[in-house]
Write a protein that binds this ligand. Structure first.
Ligand code: NAD
Length: 439
């Protein structure tokens, strides 16, 4: 059975025992995508309705409204979230997003994807996610620190090194993780480095964590090329988004001998068919706001970037970028999902019909959470690993996970996304059965 044969109703799985249903998510929202993906996999796994209803819902959801004193003396109210999706396989893990667009449904979707991702790469976590509705680019460093410390305080009852461990995501970075770790530690009265991952290395972060997601994406792409017997050297790579994930993916692709022909950020894109000088662009970005200001290529829009002819397209910005509206125009051989949820279910079908191979987010960008897991282990043990060791372990886990998904896809005649979901959701269901039902 392939993706095209499966029904699509977002609520194919009923809530059990007449429990009240949440209002349906907005069409084309990340949450609608996550639920549609879940329903498809749950049907293949033949999950019983009670199990499906539990796995389809988030376990705990916290919304906080809190004040921050701005530089001009005004007090502004901000809204933040932290959602735990599932704890069957271990404590919850997931990033914190600072974005003007973040809402509870988006955080739910991202938390759910974290659960399946941790299960696909077989690390002992469930999924969580958090966010604050704000534009970090419009806040001064002092305001950003104040917002982070107050948000951390508000979600303190929800997080702990044993129960729920935040990390960076869009709009957050190692400095913000340092403020979170410091705030939590001040409340406890001693340092608790294992409360977050993605911290700076000088306060207990892991070597290789900052680079892990982008590096991991290229490990997976290279393994896919090896597996299919395709030539990898010199392939043309296009990257949407030039933040943590996009910039490191471009850098790693460049170091692996690929030709990065286009990159973009929220302001637009840059194209050079002969290949962009990525190391020079990264140095340039230390003092500039947008890749569009760089002189090494021709300006293009994000819409144009997505449909450039290339070998590998890496959407590494945000969700719902490849939709029914543009999927038919994609001219990449492979889409390697750096962002979470960049492709809608309708786009998936079009891409499959056009023989575009999609390496799904819950496999492709799992390098970040894998090295977060290494960082958490190191923080708990106060015993630190060399970067080479981190990178080798990361590569081993990703290669094994790619083959777990690929072999399941072959065995069950599925596309890679559905196979990854079936593998991840199946492992969470299995853990739930093994633990049994309390009380
Ligand atoms: P980031 O904030 O560091 O960078 C985001 C980049 O995307 C920026 O360059 C921004 O300008 C660009 N962008 C934003 N909106 C855009 C748009 N509409 N069009 C084009 N570009 C746009 O964030 P990040 O940490 O790199 O995360 C990017 C994606 O990767 C998110 O979906 C995130 O959930 C996912 N992800 C991140 C990690 C991680 O370790 N940071 C791990 C796994 C997945």
């Amino acid at each position: 059975m392939t993706i095209a044969d499966l029904p699509h109703a977002p609520s194919a799985v009923p809530a059990s025992n007449g429990a009240p249903q949440q209002p349906p998510p907005k069409q084309e929202s990340a949450y609608a995508t996550a639920l549609a993906q879940f329903d498809r996999a749950a049907q293949i796994l033949n999950l019983d309705p009670g199990m499906a209803s539990m796995l389809r819902s988030c376990k705990r959801e916290l919304t906080v409204n809190f004040p921050v004193k701005m530089d001009n003396g005004e007090v502004r109210r901000f809204t933040g979230y932290r959602v735990h999706h599932n704890t069957a396989r271990g404590p919850t893990k997931g990033g914190i997003r600072y974005s003007p667009h973040v809402d509870l449904d988006e955080v739910r979707a991202l938390a759910m994807w974290m659960t399946w991702k941790c299960a696909v790469v077989n690390i002992p976590y469930g999924g969580a996610k958090g966010g604050v509705v704000c534009n970090p680019k419009e806040l001064s460093p002092r305001e950003l620190e104040g917002l982070t410390r107050r948000y951390t305080t508000e979600i303190t009852p929800f997080i702990s090194p044993e129960g729920d461990i935040p990390a960076p995501d869009m709009g957050t970075n190692p400095q913000i993780m340092a403020w979170m770790m410091d705030t939590y530690s001040m409340h406890r009265g001693y340092s608790v480095p294992a409360i977050v991952t993605g911290k700076p290395v000088n306060i207990g972060g892991s070597a290789g964590r900052f680079e892990a997601t982008g590096r991991g994406i290229m490990f997976v792409v290279r393994e896919a090329y090896r597996t299919f017997g395709w030539r990898f050297e010199g392939i043309r790579v296009v990257v949407q988004g030039f933040g943590n994930v996009g910039a490191i993916t471009a850098q790693t692709a460049h170091e692996m001998g690929c030709k990065v022909i286009a990159v973009s950020d929220v302001a637009g894109g840059l194209y050079n068919p002969n290949g962009l000088d990525i190391p020079r662009l990264r140095r340039f970005m230390q003092t500039h706001q947008s890749v569009c200001e760089f002189d090494g290529g021709e300006r293009i829009t994000n819409a144009e970037l997505l449909t450039l002819p290339c070998d590998v397209l890496v959407p590494a910005a945000r969700e719902n970028q490849i939709t029914a509206a543009n999927a038919a125009h994609i001219r990449a051989r492979v889409i390697a999902e750096g962002a979470n949820g960049p492709t809608t279910p309708e786009a998936d079908e079009i891409l499959m019909a056009n023989n575009v191979l999609v390496i799904p987010d819950i496999l492709c960008n799992a390098g970040g959470v894998i090295v977060s897991y290494f960082e958490w282990v190191q923080s708990l043990q106060q015993l630190f690993w060399e970067e080479d060791d981190v990178n080798h372990r990361l590569e081993r886990i990703l290669i094994r996970s790619f083959h777990d998904v690929y072999e399941l896809a072959i065995r069950m005649d599925l596309d890679l996304r559905t196979a990854a979901l079936v593998l991840g959701i199946g492992r969470v269901a299995e853990a739930t059965r093994t633990r049994g039902l309390y009380p």
